[in-house]
Design a protein around this ligand. Sequence first.
Ligand code: SAM
Length: 278
Amino acid sequence: MNTTGSHRPKKRLGQNFLRDRAVLDKIVAAAELTPEDQVLEIGPGRGALTEVLAPHTTMLVAVEIDRGLQNHLMPLSNAHPHLDIRFQDFMKTEWAELGFVAERPVKVVANIPYYITTPILLKLLQAVRLEKEALSTVPPLAERILLMVQWEVAKRLTASPGNKDYGSLSIIAQYAAEVSIVTKVPAGAFYPRPEVDSAVVMLKPRTVAPVAIDDAAKLFRVVRGVFQQRRKTLQNGLLAAGFERPRLEAAVAATGLDLGRRAETLSLAEFAALANTL
Ligand code: SAM
């Protein structure tokens, strides 16, 4: 890792820099990069991951919000002409600005700041579009997304029905992508050391919906609604989310679902069946 400059880690920007080479190598191996791939790194920081990624890439765009890291990143960009560092806020960056060509695959490989994990994930998965359009009509932004997230978030992203970590994030992520945990990462792999463990997760955005959905907006509304009332029965959660009793009765008649169950016991397919009949 480049250690020039007098930059001090900024907690408010989620700056926990990776310092474990074995973890960096695992991330890069999981990306399975080919010369065809165009790679996006969000938050290169002092360049620990960038430095390991650069020799495996032919196009690498890195978006960093903190200009104070210029002294660390500029030597890397001088050493690797195909590395394009942008000092800007990723959340305010339009995908088209990144300059990726449509003909080649994109992979996202990043140790992201934890204060915006969910917004970054939802942006990369195009959750806003998926809520309005059929999944098959929304081409994925990236073929593979490898992200360092808090261990708690990794558990939520990959949780199955019946698990205490299962909730709306699990369902939305698993509807949009195949999700798996690559490796757990202990807090000691970072400087400064965060308070929690982390994990590298891999998301492969889907091109075909995993379940038949008539109206994705309704599915999202049902899922968000019932998980806001996690402890309640489905029936009470759906009533609180604004669905009226006669519609619930019709849904029970059509699906045979028991609305006395808790939301956390329903599979994605059951949520889809419920949303399709509500
Ligand atoms: N990739 C480096 C590493 O592994 O050592 C740094 C990871 S650190 C967890 C997250 C990085 O994201 C920091 O460098 C931080 O400044 C940057 N960052 C925070 N908010 C950002 C945003 N909105 N857009 C782009 N980068 C951001």
